[in-house]
Design a protein around this ligand. Structure first.
Ligand SMILES: C[S@@+](CC[C@H](N)C(=O)[O-])C[C@H]1O[C@@H](n2cnc3c(N)ncnc32)[C@H](O)[C@@H]1O
Length: 240
């Protein structure tokens, strides 16, 4: 049974996740930076750094949300970044941010489901996704689609929460993640389920080696996992 945001409601994980992100979209950026004390910005920056050597020209940002990872990818000076997401609410906020930066000629944010991408095979030089894969209804299907649309020799960079394992950081973090974070999240976003879903979905997510296994099954090679900030976050690199 996969973890869903609204346990007493009907609907697939995909539908519930889209509804949840539509609900919290106006407060999403604020809560992200508040709950992580701004460290999320460092994680995205660090992850984009792994693409500097490759200099990708055409990039796909999966589960782009409000566009922060796509905006960070501008540092690579690409010709085109396409961001896709299943939440129109998140995309609307992202489009405003891109317009404010005057980068609409490079970044396009559009509706799209990672498990059923509409792009041709071997199209993108690089694929990026931050804090998105944990929300997929079918992780293997989503990763396989990502692999399909990436060019041979392209690089995929996945950033996702993981579970810290060392004492005493693990205990301290678990207390914060399970009790403090949902309280702040609920008060600010007014969605009582969203920030309970966050720790639950991280708990259920196959992180580290388990993720690399699924990454390989989806077709990625030369895979590696880089653990950041005591293991709260991991970057998974894969090639095709
Ligand atoms: C936690 S947000 C991350 C947004 C952004 N990447 C960031 O780093 O802030 C997760 C996003 O994944 C999107 N999402 C979940 N499942 C998806 C899917 N199958 N295809 C595309 N987007 C999806 C959600 O709508 C949401 O906007």
């Amino acid at each position: 049974m996969s973890v869903v945001p609204y346990k007493d409601k009907e609907g697939s994980k995909r539908e519930q996740v889209a509804e949840m992100f539509d609900n919290i979209s106006p407060k999403y950026d604020l809560l992200n930076h508040l709950l992580s004390a701004g460290v999320d910005i460092y994680w995205r920056k660090k992850a984009i750094g792994y693409l500097k050597k490759q200099k990708p020209k055409v990039i796909l940002d999966i589960a782009t949300g409000t566009g922060d990872f796509a905006i960070e990818a501008l540092a690579l000076k690409p010709e085109k970044i396409i961001g896709v997401d299943i939440s129109e609410g998140m995309l609307a906020i992202g489009r405003e941010k891109v317009a404010k930066l005057g980068k609409q000629d490079i970044i396009t944010l559009q509706s799209g489901d990672s498990e059923n991408l509409t792009f041709a095979d071997n199209y993108f030089d690089a694929i990026i996704v931050s804090f998105g894969v944990r929300n997929f209804q079918n992780l293997l299907a989503g990763l396989t689609e990502m692999n399909r649309v990436m060019k041979p020799n392209g690089t995929c960079v996945v950033v996702e929460f993981s579970k810290p394992r060392s004492f005493p950081f693990k205990q301290f973090y678990n207390f914060y993640f399970k009790y403090i974070l949902p309280l702040i999240g609920k008060t600010v976003s007014r969605d009582s389920a969203a920030y309970t879903y966050l720790p639950e979905s991280v708990q259920a997510f196959p992180d580290g080696e388990a993720f690399l296994e699924i990454y390989k099954r989806a077709g990625f090679v030369n895979t590696k996992c880089i653990s950041l900030t005591f293991g709260i976050c991991s970057v998974y690199i894969g090639q095709k």
